[in-house]
Design a binder for this molecule. Structure first.
Ligand code: CDP
Length: 254
């Protein structure tokens, strides 16, 4: 079906007021779920992603065990109320494909060889969606894995770039995704500039692809710093809390 043509850039700005190279606002909260080993709530503009990590734990049924490494299982799910039109509950082709690509994006940083015969389950629920949900989900999952204490080589950071009205732009929202010419989600280990996921819907020229990759790389570095800062803030908060507990206990014994 032919898409309706709408003007996505006016006076050099996008419809939501952003410049071409501007990220949407990001909010991060760690350990928001009590039962999970690690969890993270991640907002990217109007996308709201909640990631929960369980494991390493025994794998059932046993024939799914790997003698040498842990098996990582990634579940991406859009809640029925997350989209403008109610989304049919349960897995579909899109969520199965996104789950597989996202697992592969995170796989290279997880030290799976430390936990043979176990499973590490990563669940990401999208509570609200506005394009770029798989990237928000990967960012959330990466932090939740670290918060769960899963040994990792590094964090993975993710963002999409795309083309609207002939311009290469960063971090498309849903209107831009629906009416634009291309959308390219990328995941990276920012510190080493290693690409762990690259998908593309639509068309870029080679030059546009290169401009897009540069934008994605810069944004992944920014996201990495935010992920790291959130983990450090959380970790120092717990260390300080433990210090207070120890101090209080000590005084009580005097
Ligand atoms: O969200 P992401 O960009 O990673 O994936 P997409 O397949 O390109 O979907 C773009 C957007 O379309 C989603 O973020 C949702 O806002 C919307 N969508 C929807 O409303 N219902 C679906 N079943 C799938 C996508």
């Amino acid at each position: 079906m032919k898409k309706e043509k709408i003007e996505l850039i006016k006076d050099g700005k996008r419809l939501d007021g952003r410049g071409f190279e501007e990220l949407r606002e990001i909010k991060i909260e760690i350990d928001v779920l009590k039962r999970a080993d690690g969890s993270c709530y991640f907002e990217l503009g109007n996308n709201k992603a909640l990631a929960a990590v369980y494991g390493p734990r025994e794998i059932h049924p046993r024939h799914l065990q790997n003698e040498k490494t842990a098996v990582v299982v990634y579940n991406y799910n859009m809640a029925p109320f997350s989209a403008t039109d109610r989304k049919r509950p349960g897995p579909d082709r899109r969520s199965v494909e996104i789950s597989k690509a996202s697992r592969c994006a995170l796989d290279p940083v997880i030290l799976k060889e430390y936990y043979p015969k176990t499973t590490i389950n990563v669940y990401v629920e999208l509570l609200q969606s506005d394009a770029g949900t798989r990237t928000a989900a990967i960012n959330a999952a990466s932090i939740a894995l670290a918060a769960a204490g899963i040994p990792m080589r590094d964090l993975v950071s993710s963002i999409a770039v795309g083309k609207i009205d002939g311009e290469v732009v960063l971090d498309l929202n849903a209107v831009e995704d629906n009416h634009g010419e291309a959308d390219m989600p990328v995941a990276m280990i920012a510190r080493t500039n290693t690409i762990t996921m690259l998908q593309m819907d639509g068309r870029f020229t080679k030059d546009e692809f290169e401009v897009g990759m540069k934008l994605a790389e810069k944004a992944c570095h920014e996201i990495y710093e935010l992920q790291r800062a959130a983990l450090i803030a959380k970790y120092s908060e717990s260390v300080n809390a433990n210090v207070n507990v120890n101090v209080n206990t000590g005084r009580g014994e005097e």
